[in-house]
Design a binder for this molecule. Structure first.
Ligand code: FMN
Length: 290
């Protein structure tokens, strides 16, 4: 069965919506993920919206609070208003009391993305103050951290987004999300993937980290780094690899990353063959968390 990721947002002028579309592409690029865009209801009247020069809404469906419960994971997006989420989004969350009472969102992973008008206008405070909503529902906040690599350290060009999530700057409204901001939005969803995809992504990220903070060239440091990266791979594997992870960790001689990878791949294909043999059509391909 597909993993359902809902991207739920409010956007008055289209900047958050543009990020949402990119996040959807990123989520849908992960095998087994079904991503869907949803808007929250508008609370302002047509008159007020016209006075604010808001363009007409897109035809993305409007979500009801109860529909949140269908998702396996949710990514919430909103523009900032005085450093925190727009009231339209807060009004929607205020209508989720029934879900809170029945704890239907508890344990679901959730991410956040946002748009601000200016630098210093709320790129950090907007997601940070929104975390309280997730906490009260018992949702698990999934930040981007620095997994986006070199893009997190951009200094030459203006760039929205932070370790809290993808973001953009609207400026006076005419600025559109930059390519780098869209790339970070695409990257926001890591979800689950096969061991080979997981391994390849990590291998691609390491040279980026090394170019930002070049490691010392000593042999001792190289060995230490290899060990740290081996642990990073093992800790990122999902629970279905617990046995393989345990076997690798108790080996008397620490294996190389390639040896460990071969063992995990072997474990994955062994289980996949076993499952096909049993004819279990509901079997989910073993995946690795990133
Ligand atoms: C009432 C109001 C308050 C705002 N407060 C802030 C703010 O505190 N910081 C900021 O950078 N931008 C602020 N903005 C600008 C919006 O964040 C900007 O219009 C929005 O990011 C555009 O996103 P959208 O195109 O998805 O609607 C404010 C806008 C309005 C209308």
């Amino acid at each position: 069965m597909a993993t359902k990721v809902y991207i739920v947002y409010y956007s008055m002028y289209g900047h958050v919506e543009k990020l949402a579309e990119e996040i959807k592409k990123g989520a849908a690029s992960v095998e087994g993920v079904e991503a869907k865009l949803w808007q929250v209801p508008e609370t302002l009247s047509e008159d007020v919206l016209a006075k604010m020069s808001a363009p007409p809404k897109s035809d993305v469906a409007v979500i009801t609070p109860q529909e949140l419960a269908e998702a396996d994971g949710i990514i919430f997006g909103f523009p900032t208003r005085f450093g925190m989420m727009a009231a339209q989004f807060k009004a929607f969350l205020d209508a989720t009391g029934g879900l809170w009472r029945t704890q239907q969102l508890a344990g679901k992973p959730a991410g956040i993305f946002y748009s601000t008008g200016s630098q210093g206008g709320g790129q950090e405070t907007t997601p940070l103050t929104a975390i309280t909503q997730l906490v009260h529902h018992g949702m698990i906040f999934v930040p981007i951290g620095y997994t986006f690599g070199a893009g997190m350290f951009e200094m030459e060009k203006v760039k929205g987004g932070s370790p809290y999530g993808a973001g953009t700057f609207a400026g006076d409204g005419s600025r559109q999300p930059s390519d780098l901001e869209l790339q970070q939005a695409f990257h926001q969803v890591q979800g689950s993937s096969s061991v080979s995809v997981y391994f390849t992504k990590l291998k691609d990220l390491w040279p980026e980290y090394d170019s930002i903070l070049p490691p010392p060239s000593s042999k001792e440091y190289a060995d230490q780094l290899e060990f740290q990266r081996l642990l990073q791979i093992l800790m990122g594997l999902n629970d279905s690899f617990e046995q393989a992870r345990g076997q690798i960790l108790v080996m008397p001689n620490v294996p190389t990353i390639n040896q460990a990878y071969a063992m995990v791949i072997h474990d994955e294909s062994r289980r996949s063959v076993g499952s096909n043999f049993l004819g279990n059509s509901g079997y989910n391909e073993p995946t690795a968390m990133q």
